[in-house]
Design a protein. Structure first.
Length: 251
């Protein structure tokens, strides 16, 4: 059985790591290079770096920060935010990222996912889905959670897979930063409809939440920020807890 992954997320705004609640009320959480180095040393399986205002501000990712982070760590490193064409993806990969995360640009032009996967390989392309409940379904939001695209999250995940995405990064906007636990229903719904790995994101507040996500949602990895950024738990503590629960992890 493949090892489950623990992935800290660095949300970047104005060159600093921040963390909010439901994409709002952002608090400073440190320097991205220092945070990345600490997570690499602490046993994280991968790292995700999201420039959370790049799409909203219609600009590209700050490549010098990507280069500094990539030079500091040895674990796989994914970068997202404001990537709108093949050239911007190439620049981020050349700066040292192993994968890219596409959200707003992919929703606006689904063919972009196909082009990116054909050019760089499925293994490099993550489609990030920021989902918010609407009645019995979930809608996909873009521009850092500001705009409701009207797309159904499950259908979009299936289309993203067909177009060549290698992974889905699924964030519950309803749970983001609340520390109330992952949205198991949402994650299970998406994971049950796609054949590619799903990364659960939004809501981790304790180690039991990580365990529940792996046991009941069908996810392959969990993304977390608050519980690690502010020292509530270490990556090592999380992995040891999961191992005791017979969930395969890399120690």
């Amino acid at each position: 059985m493949l090892a489950k992954r623990i992935i800290p997320c660095l949300d970047i705004r104005n060159g600093r790591v921040v963390k909010g609640v439901k994409f709002l009320a952002l608090k400073d959480a440190g320097d991205p290079v220092a945070c990345a180095a600490a997570y690499d040393k602490g046993g994280a399986d991968e790292l995700v770096f999201l420039d959370i205002t790049a799409s909203h501000e219609s600009r590209g990712i700050v490549e010098n920060v990507v280069k500094k982070v990539a030079a500091t760590i040895s674990i796989p490193f994914s970068v997202g935010g404001g990537l709108s064409d093949v050239d911007s993806i190439r620049a981020v990969l050349r700066a040292g990222a192993d994968k890219v995360s596409l959200n707003t640009s992919a929703v606006k032009d689904p063919e972009f996912v196909t082009k990116a996967a054909e050019r760089f390989g499925n293994q490099c392309i993550i489609v990030a889905i920021d989902a918010k409940r609407h009645g019995k379904n979930w809608h996909v939001y873009t521009h850092g959670g500001r705009n409701d695209s009207g797309k159904d999250a499950i259908e979009w995940a299936r289309e993203a897979e067909r177009r060549g995405a290698g992974e889905i990064l699924l964030t519950s906007m309803d749970r983001d930063g609340t520390e109330a636990g992952y949205d198991i229903e949402l994650t299970a719904a998406v994971a049950g409809f796609v054949g590619i790995p799903v990364i659960a994101s939004g809501g981790a507040g304790n180690l039991e939440h990580l365990k529940q996500a792996f046991l009941y949602s069908g996810c392959d990895a969990v993304l977390a920020a608050s519980i690690f950024h502010f020292g509530t738990y270490t990556i090592k503590e999380a992995k040891e807890y999961l191992k005791k629960s017979n969930i395969p992890v890399r120690l």
